[in-house]
Design a protein around this ligand. Structure first.
Ligand SMILES: C[S@@+](CC[C@H](N)C(=O)[O-])C[C@H]1O[C@@H](n2cnc3c(N)ncnc32)[C@H](O)[C@@H]1O
Length: 268
């Protein structure tokens, strides 16, 4: 039996352990995640990050009306529903049935319905080149052991010239504790340590695994998948925004970035 302290560490896990932890975590945490973040995310809204940047203001996806859009790791799919209200032809996928149950419920309450599929971002059930745009806000990428493979899979389903825009935790956050307060201002981990953050149960089985890539790693995997990086958006913490999201807080947001949004196109 592991004691409390030994259950959280940065250490290697196998791909199978990561996959099992990922699916189990999001099914088990779906109700908690929505209870905690659902009102911030909205029912029909595209919020890119805890800093509150909205697609309605940022226009990172360009014109979406009439475009075939894929949302990967959609969770409750508020973003996909917002895209549908902008006349996008949108499909939303997520690995977790628990998260998709919230998407189904929100479709009923909002009256905005989009096609929902349970699928792994590593094996998208679509043909080659069928989407104009793909996107995700914090979905899938941090939770797969081989994010390079996920980039290649997204590239496969996009047409040449198609856009891929995704937000993730800013890699520099990796050097700090996951703490929104003063403790989270002190650098304690190496930015260069790619070992995942792992939580285990008392029996030592990984229950939550989150992966880290440096900025350079991320750019290399995008380029290797055939993408051209157009922009890297680092949203600033807006004045007057006081809402915490886990380790994201006004205190830390004023000092360093919490989110990185990569905006890419598939090379023609
Ligand atoms: C942090 S939540 C983000 C959800 C949503 N995009 C949002 O903004 O609230 C991460 C989501 O990624 C999904 N996910 C994790 N691994 C995945 C994978 N391999 N393929 C597809 N979805 C995955 C989880 O089930 C979860 O819904």
């Amino acid at each position: 039996m592991l004691d409390e302290e030994a259950r959280v560490a940065r250490q290697p896990v196998t791909e199978t352990e990561a996959r099992h932890a990922n699916r189990g975590w999001w099914d088990g945490d779906a109700d908690g995640y929505q209870a905690e973040h659902g009102s911030f995310l909205g029912e029909v809204d595209f919020v890119w990050c805890p800093e509150g940047l909205r697609e309605a203001d940022a226009h990172l996806l360009g014109e979406v009306a009439g475009r075939r859009v894929l949302e990967v790791g959609c969770g409750a799919a508020a973003a996909a529903r917002w895209l549908a209200t902008q006349n996008a032809d949108v499909v939303a996928v997520d690995l977790s049935a628990g998260m998709l149950r919230h998407a189904v419920a929100a479709a009923q309450t909002s009256g905005v319905r989009v096609p929902l599929l349970q699928a792994d971002g590593l094996a998208l059930p679509f043909g080659d080149g069928v989407f104009d745009v793909a996107c995700t806000a914090f979905g899938a990428i941090p939770f797969v052991a081989d994010s390079g493979a996920l980039m290649r899979e997204v590239a496969r389903v996009l047409r040449p010239g198609g856009r891929w825009v995704f937000s993730v935790t800013h890699p520099m956050r990796w050097i700090f504790l996951d703490d929104p307060g003063e403790r989270g201002l002190l650098a304690v981990h190496s930015y260069f340590d790619r070992s995942p953050y792992v939580e285990r149960d008392a029996a030592g089985v990984p229950t939550y695994v989150e992966q880290h890539r440096t900025l350079g790693d991320r750019i290399r995997e995008l380029v290797a998948a055939g993408f051209v990086l157009r922009d890297l958006v680092e949203p600033e913490w807006p004045a007057g925004h006081e809402q915490l999201w886990g380790q994201w807080s006004p205190l830390r947001g004023r000092l360093f970035p919490g989110t990185a949004i990569f905006s890419c196109v598939k090379a023609s």
